[in-house]
Design a protein around this ligand. Structure first.
Ligand code: GLN
Length: 237
Protein backbone atom coordinates (compact mmCIF):
# COMPACT_ATOMS: atom_id res chain seq x y z
CA UNK A 1 0.00 0.00 0.00
CA UNK A 2 1.29 3.46 -0.89
CA UNK A 3 2.35 5.67 2.04
CA UNK A 4 1.05 8.92 0.60
CA UNK A 5 -2.27 7.94 -0.99
CA UNK A 6 -5.49 7.61 0.98
CA UNK A 7 -6.21 3.89 1.28
CA UNK A 8 -9.90 3.05 0.74
CA UNK A 9 -10.92 -0.59 1.17
CA UNK A 10 -14.09 -2.15 -0.18
CA UNK A 11 -14.65 -5.14 2.09
CA UNK A 12 -15.66 -8.41 0.46
CA UNK A 13 -17.18 -7.46 -2.93
CA UNK A 14 -17.93 -11.18 -3.39
CA UNK A 15 -20.27 -11.26 -0.35
CA UNK A 16 -21.46 -7.73 0.45
CA UNK A 17 -22.41 -5.63 -2.55
CA UNK A 18 -26.18 -5.42 -2.93
CA UNK A 19 -27.86 -2.37 -4.46
CA UNK A 20 -24.66 -1.02 -5.94
CA UNK A 21 -23.20 -0.20 -2.51
CA UNK A 22 -19.78 -0.44 -4.14
CA UNK A 23 -20.65 2.93 -5.69
CA UNK A 24 -19.74 4.36 -2.26
CA UNK A 25 -16.13 3.63 -3.09
CA UNK A 26 -16.40 5.31 -6.51
CA UNK A 27 -17.96 8.44 -4.99
CA UNK A 28 -15.28 8.69 -2.29
CA UNK A 29 -12.43 8.18 -4.75
CA UNK A 30 -13.93 10.69 -7.20
CA UNK A 31 -14.49 13.40 -4.58
CA UNK A 32 -10.96 12.93 -3.24
CA UNK A 33 -9.32 13.00 -6.66
CA UNK A 34 -11.18 16.15 -7.70
CA UNK A 35 -9.52 17.86 -4.73
CA UNK A 36 -6.09 16.58 -5.67
CA UNK A 37 -6.06 13.94 -2.91
CA UNK A 38 -4.40 10.77 -4.20
CA UNK A 39 -6.36 7.61 -3.41
CA UNK A 40 -5.59 3.93 -3.49
CA UNK A 41 -8.90 2.04 -3.77
CA UNK A 42 -8.68 -1.66 -2.89
CA UNK A 43 -11.23 -4.42 -3.35
CA UNK A 44 -10.53 -7.17 -0.84
CA UNK A 45 -12.30 -10.47 -1.41
CA UNK A 46 -13.41 -12.66 1.48
CA UNK A 47 -10.58 -15.15 0.86
CA UNK A 48 -7.94 -12.40 1.15
CA UNK A 49 -6.53 -10.68 4.26
CA UNK A 50 -7.67 -7.12 4.91
CA UNK A 51 -4.94 -4.48 5.08
CA UNK A 52 -4.70 -3.12 8.64
CA UNK A 53 -3.41 0.33 7.73
CA UNK A 54 -5.92 1.76 5.23
CA UNK A 55 -7.70 5.03 6.02
CA UNK A 56 -11.34 4.28 5.14
CA UNK A 57 -13.14 0.92 5.17
CA UNK A 58 -16.47 0.44 3.41
CA UNK A 59 -18.89 -2.44 4.05
CA UNK A 60 -22.06 -3.01 2.04
CA UNK A 61 -25.34 -4.85 2.27
CA UNK A 62 -25.97 -8.52 1.66
CA UNK A 63 -28.30 -11.42 2.09
CA UNK A 64 -28.31 -13.37 5.35
CA UNK A 65 -25.96 -16.21 4.29
CA UNK A 66 -23.18 -14.03 2.86
CA UNK A 67 -23.65 -11.63 5.79
CA UNK A 68 -23.03 -14.41 8.35
CA UNK A 69 -20.00 -15.67 6.41
CA UNK A 70 -18.58 -12.15 6.12
CA UNK A 71 -18.90 -11.65 9.90
CA UNK A 72 -17.04 -14.91 10.57
CA UNK A 73 -14.24 -14.05 8.16
CA UNK A 74 -13.85 -10.47 9.37
CA UNK A 75 -13.66 -11.70 12.96
CA UNK A 76 -11.06 -14.32 12.06
CA UNK A 77 -9.09 -11.74 10.06
CA UNK A 78 -8.99 -9.18 12.90
CA UNK A 79 -7.59 -6.32 10.81
CA UNK A 80 -10.75 -4.21 10.71
CA UNK A 81 -10.63 -3.99 14.51
CA UNK A 82 -6.90 -3.15 14.37
CA UNK A 83 -7.52 -0.44 11.77
CA UNK A 84 -10.33 1.12 13.84
CA UNK A 85 -8.09 1.12 16.91
CA UNK A 86 -5.51 3.00 14.82
CA UNK A 87 -8.10 5.65 13.87
CA UNK A 88 -9.47 4.42 10.52
CA UNK A 89 -12.93 5.59 9.42
CA UNK A 90 -15.67 3.06 8.58
CA UNK A 91 -18.93 3.35 6.65
CA UNK A 92 -21.14 0.27 6.89
CA UNK A 93 -24.49 -0.21 5.18
CA UNK A 94 -27.36 -2.53 6.12
CA UNK A 95 -25.90 -6.08 6.48
CA UNK A 96 -22.52 -4.39 6.96
CA UNK A 97 -23.99 -2.15 9.67
CA UNK A 98 -25.65 -5.08 11.43
CA UNK A 99 -22.47 -7.16 11.46
CA UNK A 100 -20.47 -4.36 13.09
CA UNK A 101 -22.79 -4.73 16.08
CA UNK A 102 -22.82 -7.13 19.02
CA UNK A 103 -25.05 -9.67 17.28
CA UNK A 104 -27.41 -9.94 14.33
CA UNK A 105 -29.99 -12.40 13.05
CA UNK A 106 -29.30 -14.57 10.02
CA UNK A 107 -30.66 -17.90 8.87
CA UNK A 108 -32.83 -18.44 11.97
CA UNK A 109 -30.14 -17.73 14.59
CA UNK A 110 -28.40 -14.87 16.38
CA UNK A 111 -24.84 -14.58 15.05
CA UNK A 112 -21.99 -12.80 16.84
CA UNK A 113 -20.97 -9.50 15.27
CA UNK A 114 -17.65 -7.64 15.41
CA UNK A 115 -18.65 -5.54 18.43
CA UNK A 116 -17.42 -2.32 16.85
CA UNK A 117 -20.81 -0.66 17.40
CA UNK A 118 -23.02 -1.06 20.47
CA UNK A 119 -26.06 -2.24 18.48
CA UNK A 120 -28.00 -5.53 18.34
CA UNK A 121 -30.16 -6.60 15.43
CA UNK A 122 -32.92 -9.21 15.53
CA UNK A 123 -35.75 -10.15 13.22
CA UNK A 124 -39.34 -9.22 14.07
CA UNK A 125 -42.24 -8.15 11.89
CA UNK A 126 -42.11 -7.83 8.15
CA UNK A 127 -39.29 -6.78 5.82
CA UNK A 128 -39.15 -3.02 5.25
CA UNK A 129 -38.57 -1.86 1.70
CA UNK A 130 -38.65 1.69 0.37
CA UNK A 131 -37.39 5.24 0.66
CA UNK A 132 -35.66 6.20 3.90
CA UNK A 133 -34.84 9.70 5.11
CA UNK A 134 -33.87 11.32 8.36
CA UNK A 135 -32.46 14.34 10.16
CA UNK A 136 -28.83 13.58 10.92
CA UNK A 137 -27.33 14.02 14.41
CA UNK A 138 -26.53 17.77 14.47
CA UNK A 139 -23.06 17.05 15.87
CA UNK A 140 -22.12 15.63 12.46
CA UNK A 141 -23.14 18.84 10.67
CA UNK A 142 -24.79 17.10 7.73
CA UNK A 143 -27.92 17.81 5.67
CA UNK A 144 -30.87 15.34 5.78
CA UNK A 145 -30.08 11.71 4.99
CA UNK A 146 -31.72 10.09 1.97
CA UNK A 147 -31.51 6.45 0.90
CA UNK A 148 -33.31 3.25 0.03
CA UNK A 149 -33.84 0.48 2.58
CA UNK A 150 -34.58 -3.22 2.25
CA UNK A 151 -34.05 -5.27 5.41
CA UNK A 152 -35.71 -7.75 7.71
CA UNK A 153 -33.51 -6.80 10.68
CA UNK A 154 -34.55 -4.49 13.51
CA UNK A 155 -31.76 -2.76 15.37
CA UNK A 156 -31.56 -1.69 19.02
CA UNK A 157 -28.98 0.89 20.05
CA UNK A 158 -26.99 0.60 23.27
CA UNK A 159 -25.49 3.48 25.25
CA UNK A 160 -22.16 3.26 23.39
CA UNK A 161 -23.56 4.74 20.17
CA UNK A 162 -25.78 7.60 19.02
CA UNK A 163 -28.40 7.33 16.27
CA UNK A 164 -27.06 8.54 12.93
CA UNK A 165 -30.43 10.19 12.21
CA UNK A 166 -34.02 10.56 13.38
CA UNK A 167 -36.37 9.04 10.81
CA UNK A 168 -38.56 11.40 8.78
CA UNK A 169 -39.68 8.75 6.27
CA UNK A 170 -39.22 4.98 6.21
CA UNK A 171 -38.16 2.72 9.09
CA UNK A 172 -34.40 2.66 9.76
CA UNK A 173 -33.56 0.85 13.03
CA UNK A 174 -37.03 0.84 14.57
CA UNK A 175 -39.26 3.44 12.90
CA UNK A 176 -37.75 6.27 15.01
CA UNK A 177 -33.99 6.20 14.68
CA UNK A 178 -31.80 5.32 11.70
CA UNK A 179 -28.25 3.97 11.81
CA UNK A 180 -25.69 4.55 14.53
CA UNK A 181 -22.28 6.15 14.97
CA UNK A 182 -19.41 6.47 17.37
CA UNK A 183 -16.00 7.97 16.78
CA UNK A 184 -15.29 7.62 13.07
CA UNK A 185 -17.64 4.65 12.52
CA UNK A 186 -20.92 5.26 10.70
CA UNK A 187 -23.59 2.57 10.27
CA UNK A 188 -26.71 3.09 8.17
CA UNK A 189 -29.56 1.18 6.59
CA UNK A 190 -29.40 3.50 3.56
CA UNK A 191 -28.49 2.06 0.17
CA UNK A 192 -28.56 4.35 -2.83
CA UNK A 193 -25.55 4.10 -2.90
CA UNK A 194 -25.71 6.25 0.22
CA UNK A 195 -22.68 8.39 -0.71
CA UNK A 196 -24.13 9.18 -4.16
CA UNK A 197 -27.29 10.41 -2.47
CA UNK A 198 -25.41 12.06 0.41
CA UNK A 199 -22.08 13.44 -0.84
CA UNK A 200 -21.72 15.38 2.43
CA UNK A 201 -21.20 12.02 4.19
CA UNK A 202 -18.42 11.20 1.70
CA UNK A 203 -16.81 14.55 2.52
CA UNK A 204 -17.13 13.87 6.25
CA UNK A 205 -15.26 10.57 5.79
CA UNK A 206 -12.60 12.33 3.71
CA UNK A 207 -12.18 15.03 6.36
CA UNK A 208 -11.86 12.38 9.08
CA UNK A 209 -9.33 10.46 7.03
CA UNK A 210 -7.20 13.44 5.99
CA UNK A 211 -7.59 15.48 9.18
CA UNK A 212 -8.61 18.49 7.06
CA UNK A 213 -11.02 20.96 8.70
CA UNK A 214 -12.65 21.68 5.36
CA UNK A 215 -12.45 20.57 1.75
CA UNK A 216 -12.73 22.62 -1.45
CA UNK A 217 -16.38 22.78 -2.56
CA UNK A 218 -17.37 20.75 -5.63
CA UNK A 219 -20.14 21.34 -8.15
CA UNK A 220 -22.95 19.24 -6.66
CA UNK A 221 -25.73 20.51 -8.92
CA UNK A 222 -26.56 17.01 -10.09
CA UNK A 223 -26.60 15.38 -6.67
CA UNK A 224 -28.53 18.32 -5.18
CA UNK A 225 -31.25 17.66 -7.79
CA UNK A 226 -31.24 13.95 -7.02
CA UNK A 227 -31.48 14.64 -3.28
CA UNK A 228 -34.38 17.09 -3.68
CA UNK A 229 -36.23 14.67 -5.92
CA UNK A 230 -35.72 11.66 -3.59
CA UNK A 231 -36.55 13.59 -0.39
CA UNK A 232 -39.75 14.86 -2.05
CA UNK A 233 -40.61 11.30 -3.18
CA UNK A 234 -40.21 10.13 0.42
CA UNK A 235 -42.52 12.92 1.60
CA UNK A 236 -39.69 14.34 3.67
CA UNK A 237 -39.23 17.66 1.84
N1 GLN B 1 -29.80 -9.52 5.57
C1 GLN B 1 -30.06 -8.30 6.29
C2 GLN B 1 -31.54 -8.08 6.56
O1 GLN B 1 -32.40 -8.44 5.80
C3 GLN B 1 -29.47 -7.12 5.54
C4 GLN B 1 -30.13 -6.84 4.21
C5 GLN B 1 -29.39 -5.84 3.37
O2 GLN B 1 -28.18 -5.67 3.50
N2 GLN B 1 -30.09 -5.17 2.45
O3 GLN B 1 -31.86 -7.48 7.58
Amino acid sequence: MSESALGIVWIYPDLLSTYGDRGNMLVLAHRAERRGIAVEPMLVRSDEPLPATADIYLVGGGEDGPQALAAQRLTADGNLLRAVNQGAAVLAVCAGYQLLGTSFHAKGAQCPGLDLLDVTSDRTGTRVVGELSGDVDPRLGLPPLTGFENHGGRTRLGPGVAPLALVTAGFGNDGHTEGAWRGKILGSYAHGPVLARNPAIADLLLRWATGADSLAPLDDTWSDKLRAERLAAAGAA
